[in-house]
Design a protein around this ligand. Structure first.
Ligand SMILES: Cc1cc2nc3c(=O)[nH]c(=O)nc-3n(C[C@H](O)[C@H](O)[C@H](O)COP(=O)(O)OP(=O)(O)OC[C@H]3O[C@@H](n4cnc5c(N)ncnc54)[C@H](O)[C@@H]3O)c2cc1C
Length: 256
């Protein structure tokens, strides 16, 4: 286990044993029109561990275009129930991609192999405020994090989605200010929308943790704004490109 203390706050990186698991689809339901929630059950989940809200597993899905017939993609464990040995993953349904296609068609009884999580990053819940910025692929991690935060901590979520039909309610005890940005309104890119919304958001007193995950260019724009224009401390910010426009199966770590 690696522990970094970024100033006053503890951020731990915990490694887990890499393991493949075979899961069976238990149910598939619509969260919103473009997001499908798939619940899996398996005895293989007996020793599954997911400590961080933004952990990810690798899912292995059929891909006729891949040399070995399978593609590997990253997804967030949205919920895990150790007693029932169930794992829930929320899949964004987008135009084309083997993981999105698999999720669109998934039905009870279908099988899916997963690997990981190989590690978790656990940020202490002792920041004065938390800002969570992302697109629909970040909603599972954002939903999980806001549900885990202590009562009354100030949280702002800044999420870009296609329109009001894609809004999800968050379960939380925190003092939450949800900001939804709709692509259906105006012609800005996601990154420009993030920057405009963040510019309008007054910085609360105290120490803040900022987490950003979206399409790589948009995530980079939000990160650059927070570090360069807001002067947010680098150690208290985590950013990732969860997908890259026009490139299959790619993501980008934006740390450093
Ligand atoms: C750590 C991490 C956690 C993630 N967690 C989740 C999660 O819980 N739920 C989730 O839905 N996604 C999540 N993602 C994003 C997901 O891994 C990508 O969207 C992935 O590319 C989807 O695979 P695919 O096979 O459907 O499409 P790909 O084959 O990878 O891509 C095909 C085409 O679709 C485009 N594309 C990919 N994703 C999207 C999208 N969301 N919207 C529009 N176009 C897209 C690509 O640019 C490419 O042109 C996560 C990513 C990371 C790195």
């Amino acid at each position: 286990m690696t522990t970094t203390v970024e100033g006053r706050h503890r951020i731990e990186r915990v490694r887990h044993e890499a393991k493949r698991r075979r899961l069976t689809v238990e149910s598939a339901t619509a969260v919103t029109r473009n997001m499908r929630r798939i619940a899996f059950v398996s005895p293989d989940l007996a020793d599954f561990v997911s400590l961080g809200a933004d952990d990810h597993v690798k899912v292995f899905v059929p891909d006729p275009a891949a040399p070995n017939g399978a593609a590997m993609r990253d997804y967030t464990p949205r919920a895990f129930d150790a007693a029932r040995r169930t794992l829930t993953i929320d899949f964004v349904l987008h135009e084309a991609g083997p993981a999105s296609d698999w999720a669109r068609r998934a039905a009870p009884g279908d099988l899916l192999e997963i690997g990981g999580p190989r590690g978790s990053m656990v940020a202490a819940d002792d920041f004065d405020f938390v800002w969570l910025v992302g697109d629909e692929t970040a909603l599972p991690a954002i939903g999980r994090r806001v549900a885990s935060l202590r009562p009354d901590v100030r949280v702002a979520t800044v999420v870009v989605v296609d329109g009001p039909e894609d809004v999800q309610p968050f379960e939380t005890r925190a003092d939450l200010r949800p900001i939804w940005l709709f692509r259906s309104v105006g012609a800005l890119g996601d990154g420009e929308r993030f920057v405009a919304a963040l510019r309008d958001l007054p910085t609360p007193e105290g120490d803040g943790y900022v987490w950003i995950a979206a399409e790589a260019r948009a995530a980079r724009a939000a990160k650059t704004f927070m570090l360069e224009e807001r002067g947010h401390p680098k150690g208290w910010l985590k950013a990732a490109g969860y997908w890259v426009r026009g490139k299959a199966g790619e993501s980008e770590k934006l740390d450093g």
